[in-house]
Design a binder for this molecule. Structure first.
Ligand code: PEP
Ligand code: MG
Length: 572
């Protein structure tokens, strides 16, 4: 048995399809290519033209099995291949005497290094795109052939060194039962895609490429992160049974798709989704979410490479999300940039502690020009659905009032221009700084709703950087101190007749659900794939009993004591 990193869920049993990618070997030419400059330039240009053609062909073939949103990855690759900043740099290096392969490798490596060194998962993913395009380009320069996954026409489990974005996008779910990769971590592109595609996958499985042969029988358990090659009869039977059970459970969850999220004693809550872009709406609909609880708009800003997204571009994105939500509430968070989230076209002054620095609403209130564009776009889109706006990183009532007034002034400005704006927009805030949790009852006199951002609330309460693995043990959503802050926030909202949601990771944590229900949380916002499992938990619980559980939890001394209480409830 081999051990890797669990990514998604499910079990795949099938034959190994070993994806053998050609190895790139680059020579150093030490200026000897200078005389053949024209040849080298032509070698590069022809290879680039072929790369573009290859991507277009893969996109064409993949369009038979993939949704338009999933095909967008190929457009990103085409854009990258045609980006003059990329190609000019390579041409310049060739003119300085480098070989076409040498130059392409050097320029790509610099760009990959730049993106990989960024903390943000989104930018790390961009590095995977650049790797993907440059690998194809290098193969074409060197005359190597990349295997074509779209030609697979039997049920297989793919075994690969690494799955690039275009590899995963080429997978036909009819034949690809799952995949195992030698390298990659929990936030690797392959892992993220496996979850999005609903495919069982194990990544970072060291030794798999050496051990697996084409045609071997393979079992992979994506939840446990285990891989078994050529199992004996008994093991095979055991896993077939496990697979059946998993599929049954998954099918059983589908029954809950259109059901309300209501406890056995009749208390109803809302289970809504976190999204990062309009294309996530497919998953929102497919998983029976009751709306959107957090639209992280910073991705719109991070996707743009040369300038802030225009008012019209933003309007289009917000309109699509609102329309696709079909009247269900969509909570859009205004720009939350800064900290680890940087923009290629905006210079942040260096700070000692960027997470405690010039970011999110602080930046927006200082740079009203940037804020104005977004607020105008949001208000213009408001007539296409049920819009709620919330501000990130609010620390003081002054900040909240300033941001809200700015929205209201902008609304009047638009109306004076003759633009229609909805009169039903709720204006609320994230509670993710302890100061605002403590003062929640007063904040609730101004804000229409709260959404608790536990990722930051826990980081600031524990003074433990959410990016640091060394202090990751302090991420304790069920620590009584955090639960007391959550309670203060919920009670604060309710004291003024407001509703309170939660959109940090804790909102979709099965261990937290019983306590949050007991504390009176009204809305739980989470990754769309968590909606149905959470609905299953909520519909099996009794609100009154969970209130008792929450009271006990608030009096505990440690997180593990709370965990013990919750485990008893979930077992029952
Ligand atoms: C949070 O802080 O919990 C949150 C939802 O915001 P983000 O993770 O985007 O900082
Ligand atoms: Mg946050």
């Amino acid at each position: 048995m081999l051990k890797g990193i669990a990514t998604s869920s499910g079990i795949a049993i099938g034959k190994v399809y070993k994806l053998e990618q050609p190895k790139i070997i680059i020579k150093e030419y030490h200026d000897e290519k200078k005389e053949n400059l024209e040849n080298e330039l032509a070698r590069f240009k022809n290879a680039m033209a072929k790369t573009i053609k290859d991507i277009e062909q893969i996109k064409e073939r993949a369009s038979k099995t993939l949704a338009p949103e999933e095909l967008a990855i190929f457009d990103a690759h085409l854009m990258m291949a045609q980006d003059p900043e990329f190609t000019d740099q390579i041409e310049n290096m060739i003119k300085e005497g480098k070989g076409a392969d040498e130059a392409a490798k050097a320029v790509s490596d610099t760009m990959i290094g730049m993106f990989e060194s960024m903390e943000d998962a989104y930018f790390k993913e961009r590095a995977a795109d650049i790797k993907d395009v440059s690998y194809r380009l290098l193969c074409n320069i060197l005359g190597l052939t990349i295997p074509d996954l779209t030609t697979i026409d039997e049920e297989v489990v793919i075994v690969a060194e690494e799955m690039t974005p275009s590899d995963t996008a080429q997978l036909n779910k009819k034949y690809a039962l799952g995949f195992v990769t030698e390298i990659g971590g929990k936030t690797s592109h392959a892992a993220i895609m496996a979850v999005a595609l609903g495919l069982p996958a194990v990544v970072g499985c060291t030794g798999i490429m050496a051990e697996a042969k084409h045609g071997d029988t393979i079992i992979l358990d994506a939840k446990e992160g285990t891989v078994i090659l050529n199992p004996d009869e008994a093991t095979l039977a055991e896993y077939k049974e496990k697979r059946e059970k998993y599929l049954e459970e998954k099918a059983a969850l589908q029954v809950l798709l259109d059901k309300p999220s209501i406890t056995v004693d009749g208390h109803q809550v809302e289970l809504v989704a976190n999204i990062g872009s309009p294309k996530d709406m497919d998953n929102v609909v497919a998983n029976g979410a009751e709306g959107v609880g957090l639209y992280r708009t910073e991705f719109l800003y991070m996707e743009s490479t040369d300038d802030f997204p225009s008012e019209d571009a933003q309007f289009e994105a917000y309109k699509v999300v609102l329309e696709r939500a079909e009247g269900k509430r969509v909570v859009v968070r205004t720009l939350d940039i800064g900290g680890d989230k940087k923009l290629p076209y905006f210079e942040f002054e260096p700070e000692m502690n960027p997470f405690l620095g010039y970011r999110a609403i602080r930046l927006c209130l200082d740079r009203k020009d940037i804020f104005k564009t977004q607020v105008r776009a949001l208000l213009r889109a408001s007539t296409y659905g049920k819009l709620a706006i919330m501000f990130p990183m609010i620390a003081t009532i002054d900040e909240f009032r300033a941001a809200k007034d700015f929205v209201l002034e902008t609304k009047e400005e638009l109306k004076a221009e003759g633009v229609e704006v909805s009169d039903q927009i709720e204006i609320g805030m994230m509670v993710e700084i302890p100061a605002s949790a403590v003062l929640a009852d007063e904040f609730a006199k101004y804000a229409d709703f709260f959404s608790i951002g536990t990722n930051d609330l826990i980081q600031y309460s524990m003074a433990a950087d959410r990016m640091s693995e060394k202090v990751a043990y302090l991420y304790q959503p069920l620590n009584p101190s955090i639960l007391r802050l959550v309670k203060m926030t919920i009670d604060g909202a309710h004291s003024q007749g407001r509703w309170c949601g939660m959109c940090g990771e804790m909102g979709g944590d099965p261990m937290a659900a019983p306590v949050l229900l007991g504390l009176g949380l009204d809305e739980f916002s989470m990754s769309a794939s968590r909606i149905l499992p959470t609905r299953k938990i909520i519909t099996s619980l009794n609100k009154k009993e969970m209130e008792e559980l929450a009271n006990k939890a608030l009096k505990c001394h440690t997180e593990s004591e709370v965990m013990t209480l919750v485990k008893e409830v979930l077992k029952a």
